[in-house]
Design a protein around this ligand. Structure first.
Ligand SMILES: Cc1cc2nc3c(=O)[nH]c(=O)nc-3n(C[C@H](O)[C@H](O)[C@H](O)COP(=O)(O)OP(=O)(O)OC[C@H]3O[C@@H](n4cnc5c(N)ncnc54)[C@H](O)[C@@H]3O)c2cc1C
Length: 552
């Protein structure tokens, strides 16, 4: 990070140069010596340094300057950098003003001009002050800072996006931190549009679209070519595995992801049952490695681009993006997975991303430290969520609709053994109270008896199953009654392909009712909704696609 600043302010260029000449050999290695020729110019610099989250260690300002005296400058500058040391350069006639300011401005020192020799009059004083500053100051965070409120869904989306891309950020809560609030007000023209992102280069983004944020961060969001061998839609485990196998076999592969690579697996705090990781692995870690591996083999992965349609054009498949762009390929793999099923409770919408979260335990859990929270659901993902949340929350109440849980044995045992987790069976939520960002309590009802109970809690994490993400193909390929995509063997009836199938040959494994469009993972009928199944199917799909390409 940039060295902390010593800011020297004097309207007399001769004095300014003399100060710089004396400071640089002694302090220039550890500090940046920055000069300003007036109080106003210095205040501009102060604002810029604050916005870039840099540190000012010491103000060294002349007292006698036209328009703004040194003391007037310090009075304003220390609002932004209250920990900076304050030294006034005075002539003999100003000493009384300086002494009067020692208490008012907590002036650390006043230096009488001239200060020659600096070894006697300047260096000992400044060395002492700077050592003192170093031992007491917390140096600013170097990366991106996100200023927002817990109640703003936009802030939640940005934090989630950064976390899923493993980009470190510092969270500034404008409700709890006045300095953060003032910073937001100065950078967003006085309005309080949230979140505001401050980048180390001094630039800001106010309430950005996720796509704009991705571009700012240099994340690839557009395809580099108009034509590919295979376009893979969705970068969950199925899509990423297909990208690894496809690209390593020499196919030109493009993966299009509407949010962030990782899919549902990226939401899993710890995948315990994936082969080769005896102590489990965080879903984000697993999928991040897969992204690196796929890219290493030459696959292209673009994020924050949603596929809105697929059409067939002779032997080609044309994919449309929500920005209107079209990409052509020989084959398509649909790996769009499943989306969280929504909880139906009156008034719940106002809390979405602001007290009620779908699976997003990762980014939000720490903000509910020592508070009671709820987990809705009783299956594997809910169990994992509850165990993860119990590291932070004072209590985790699992609210389960059924009388018994349908989850892995090891998870049920871990839940039962965890003193912070309570499981309530046969209940549903009927009311939610609070204000966005923080729940007060909820009312649950016993499904058998109708008895209602009010439970206090600050946040709710919902894991109640998933529905296939089939929007882009529901008019194109055959689905089962629940919306899962039919492929290969499941399309066959009495040993024959369905009426809609146009070719002599039978569909390949994982091929849908439209030749050249394949499906793998949670969107497909017959998968078992596990990371291992999705990755396995991604690999199998590529083998089937290679067979298909040979028929063209
Ligand atoms: C919280 C949680 C914990 C879990 N824990 C485990 C576990 O411990 N072990 C285990 O085996 N399984 C676990 N699972 C299940 C596992 O994560 C899924 O079975 C697996 O992720 C399915 O992979 P997929 O690639 O088929 O789909 P997904 O992971 O759902 O990925 C699909 C991707 O497609 C993208 N997409 C969708 N539509 C479009 C579109 N139109 N355009 C572009 N992109 C699109 C989505 O944004 C998403 O990123 C867990 C799931 C959850 C939610």
């Amino acid at each position: 990070m940039a060295n902390p600043v010593i800011l020297v302010v004097d309207d007399d260029q001769g004095v300014l140069s003399a100060v710089e000449r004396d400071l640089r050999p002694k302090f220039g290695h550890d500090y940046r010596i920055v000069k300003a020729a007036s109080g106003a110019a210095a205040l501009d610099l102060v604002a810029k340094l604050q916005q870039r989250n840099e540190a000012i260690a010491l103000f060294l300002t002349d007292q006698r300057m036209p328009n703004m005296t040194g003391l007037e400058f310090l009075e304003q500058a220390i609002q932004a950098f209250p920990e900076a040391k304050r030294v006034l350069l005075t002539a003999y006639a100003d000493t009384e003003a300086a002494i009067a300011s020692i208490n008012k401005l907590q002036l650390d020192y006043y230096l009488l001009k001239p200060w020659d020799p600096p070894e006697d009059h300047l260096y000992p004083v400044l060395t002492d002050l700077l050592d003192d500053w170093r031992s007491n100051v917390r140096l600013p965070f170097e990366g991106i800072r996100v200023a927002g409120t817990l109640w703003s869904p936009g802030s939640h989306d940005v934090k989630d996006f950064l976390a899923r891309h493993q980009i470190a950020y510092q969270w500034l809560d404008v409700d709890a931190d006045e300095k953060a609030r003032a910073l937001v007000e100065t950078s967003a023209d006085g309005s309080l549009k949230l979140p505001v992102l401050f980048f180390p280069d001094g630039s800001t983004l106010v309430a950005p679209e996720i796509h704009a944020l991705a571009e700012k961060l240099g994340i690839q969001t557009t395809a580099s070519m108009p034509f590919y061998d295979v376009v893979i839609i969705g970068a969950g485990p199925a899509g990423l595995s297909a990208a690894v196998y496809g690209a390593s076999s020499g196919l030109q592969c493009l993966v299009i992801e509407k949010q962030v690579p990782g899919g549902q697996a990226g939401n899993s705090p710890r995948i315990e049952n994936y082969l080769g990781f005896p102590t489990g692995i965080a879903g984000m870690d697993l999928t991040r490695r897969a992204v690196t591996q796929a890219r290493r083999f030459g696959a292209e992965i673009i994020s924050t681009q949603c596929v809105t349609g697929i059409r067939t054009q002779d032997m080609y498949r044309v994919i449309t993006l929500d920005n209107g762009m079209e990409i052509v390929s020989k084959a398509v793999l649909l790996a769009t997975g499943a989306a969280f099923r929504k909880l139906e409770v009156p008034g719940i919408d106002q809390f979405l991303g602001a007290g009620v979260f779908y699976g997003a335990a990762y980014t939000e859990a720490a903000y509910y430290k020592d508070e009671p929270v709820f987990v809705v659901g009783g299956a594997n993902s809910a169990g994992q969520g509850a165990l993860f949340l119990s590291r932070f929350a004072s209590k985790v109440t699992m609210l389960i609709r059924r009388e018994v849980q349908q989850s892995s044995h090891y998870l049920r045992e871990a839940e039962a053994a965890n003193p912070k987790i309570e499981r309530r069976f046969n209940v549903e939520i009927v009311e939610i109270h609070g204000k966005p960002g923080r729940l007060d309590d909820i009312v649950i009802q016993d499904i058998a008896t109708g008895e209602k109970t009010t439970l206090p809690g600050a946040a709710m994490f919902v894991f109640i199953g998933a529905i296939p993400q089939n929007d882009i193909v529901k008019e194109l390929v055959l689905l089962d009654p629940k919306g899962f995509v039919l492929t290969g063997h499941d399309l066959m009836k009495d040993g024959k392909p369905p009426r809609e199938w146009p070719l002599e040959r039978d569909p390949f494994m994982l091929e849908t009712s439209v030749p050249g469009i394949f499906a793998a993972g949670d969107v497909r009928l017959g998968t078992n909704h596990r990371v291992a199944s999705a990755t396995g199917e991604g690999g199998i799909a590529i083998a089937a696609i290679e067979s298909y390409l040979k028929t063209l």
